[in-house]
Write a protein that binds this ligand. Structure first.
Ligand SMILES: C[S@@+](CC[C@H](N)C(=O)[O-])C[C@H]1O[C@@H](n2cnc3c(N)ncnc32)[C@H](O)[C@@H]1O
Length: 383
């Protein structure tokens, strides 16, 4: 069975008042806890109290509250947690938003007859007496990922087990967060194309020219720079437009430009690279994608080979721009992730590489724009 630990996401346990949402959600969370997963339990009623009750009980307020709740869920899931939330808020627009914005989201509808719910309510919360049209306040889920008849045949633990089995079967490791059209549109503009400081300092400090693999070569200035100095260069970029521009501009160059990612060339160049260069790419990747990339980097390096990275730092002013979707993750015109030095170092170490040096560098961004603050890391595969 796949471990839920590796499957962050959101399980929304929903239903009308008296359907048993809080009880079942608490059992799901207990099971997660027992399996060693990073589970978080949230409850709609408790969240209302925590927020200080700015939301009323009319439809508009309930929808607004739903967006806040699920934005919070998404933020926590982005930290690798499996979030279980017990909440009513059954509105089509909320469900659509969740499906579009939360990786590994499922809605679980606990269906209980009106009579049964009213009997339960009379023994417990007594909300049906206070609000006449409670059922009409919500849209009964028509497309729930899982519907459980929760009228007494199943125990709360059995319902929770069903939910987790379903989640494990459906959830996938964190999917790609890159917004692909961004780079295609970016390269359609005339962006500057000069060798980076990093490329220049590496070329000076490295011994004889060898094999370089560049990941995310953009318009190819660094790749061409190394090729001119006698390196055998393979440069990959997932943007077709970028690679077409590189090929057209470097018709005479020896650079082997490829459309794709490091995964596409890892087998072909296994154990052969003296240097891997990866500049301004990690910020386009989720934590999970970055881990895959670093595993592939390790695979292509020869023993003693080096990895040179520059990536966006949390000290960069852009880190505070756009919309927060996770710790250090923003949606600006595209997905971006800003990191601390500690986070990059530990990701590199987890991939089996040794961190040789780290520093912060400031790079001009263009006229009147604040400088870009990058983390520069040199790492190596022990010889
Ligand atoms: C900001 S540009 C950096 C270009 C160049 N390395 C530089 O520093 O100027 C990021 C590039 O990474 C590419 N990219 C994003 N994710 C990638 C991936 N997983 N593998 C390869 N290229 C990727 C994009 O298409 C884009 O060209």
């Amino acid at each position: 069975m796949t471990s839920v630990e590796t499957l962050p996401g959101v399980i929304w346990v929903t239903g009308f008042s008296g359907a048993g949402k809080s009880t079942v959600a608490a059992e799901v969370w207990q099971l997660l806890d027992q399996s060693g997963a990073k589970g978080i339990l949230l409850d709609g009623d408790e969240l209302r109290d925590i927020y200080g009750k700015p939301y009323g009980y009319e439809r508009g307020d309930r929808v607004a509250l739903g967006y806040v709740n699920f934005t919070l869920c998404r933020y926590l899931a982005a930290q690798g947690c499996t979030v279980v939330i017990a909440a009513a808020g059954m509105y089509e627009e909320i469900l659509d938003w969740n499906r579009a914005h939360i990786p590994n989201f499922i809605q679980v509808y606990l269906r209980v007859s009106d009579t049964e719910r009213r009997e339960r309510d009379a023994r417990t919360k007594k909300v049906y007496g206070e609000i006449n049209n409670l059922d009409k306040l919500y849209d009964e889920p028509a497309t729930a990922d899982l519907t459980i008849e929760n009228a007494g045949k199943l125990s709360p633990v059995e319902a929770a087990e069903q939910i987790l089995d379903f989640y494990r079967a459906k959830a996938a490791p964190a999917p790609r967060a890159v917004l692909p059209p961004f780079w295609e549109e970016h390269y359609a503009q005339d962006v500057p194309n000069v060798p980076s400081d990093l490329a220049q300092s590496l070329a000076e400090s490295f011994g004889p020219a060898g094999r370089l693999i560049e990941i995310g070569c953009g318009r190819g200035a660094d790749a061409a720079f190394f090729a001119e100095r006698g390196w055998q260069v393979v440069a990959v970029d997932s943007s077709d437009t970028a690679i077409s521009i590189c090929r057209a501009a470097a018709a005479q160059s020896s650079v082997d430009f490829r459309i794709g990612t490091i995964a596409d060339v890892a087998d072909e160049f296994r154990g052969t690279a003296d240097l891997v260069l990866c500049r301004n790419v990690l910020d386009a990747l989720t934590v999970a994608e970055e881990a895959e990339l670093l595993r592939d980097v390790r695979a292509v390096l020869r023993p003693g080979g080096k990895l040179a990275i520059e990536c966006a730092s949390i000290l960069d002013l852009a880190h505070r721009q756009g919309k927060a979707i996770g710790p250090g993750e923003r949606l600006q015109d595209r997905y971006r992730r800003f990191q601390s030095e500690t986070a990059v170092r530990s990701a590199i170490r987890r991939a089996g590489l040794e961190v040789l040096s780290t520093s912060h560098v400031e790079v001009p961004r263009g006229a009147n724009a604040p400088t870009q603050v990058l983390i520069r890391v040199i790492a190596g595969l022990p010889a």
